[in-house]
Design a binder for this molecule. Structure first.
Ligand SMILES: [Zn+2]
Length: 103
């Protein structure tokens, strides 16, 4: 059992949102668990570069079910929380956009 008192507010929120803490901290899936982000602790020295193409250092971790699944810059992780992908989506996704009025 997970001690809910030990979870951070964000983790607690994610746990409540998905309605369970089964395999919390042992198995996390970006597809089936609620995604959330945490800021990585500040460290001295150089950080790894983010892979999303922004050229920024990695500052945040993408979490699901108490597991860190990925990390990237703040924007990249915000994108990952929203969509499950940290890289900006390409032109292919424009197909789902409503076309401009008058076309
Ligand atoms: Zn980035």
């Amino acid at each position: 059992m997970v001690d809910l008192n030990k979870l951070s507010p964000k983790e607690l929120q994610a746990a409540m949102q998905q309605g369970h803490t089964v395999e919390w901290g042992r198995m996390g899936s970006s597809a089936t668990n609620v995604r959330y982000s945490i800021a990585l602790p500040k460290r001295r020295g150089r950080r790894r570069k983010c892979h999303c193409g922004c050229d920024q250092p990695v500052t945040h971790a993408g979490m699901a079910n108490g597991m860190a699944l990925t990390n990237a810059c703040e924007l990249g992780i915000a994108r990952w929380v929203r969509t499950g992908r940290s890289k900006p989506s390409g032109l292919t996704n424009n197909l789902s956009r409503p076309s401009a009025a008058g076309e």
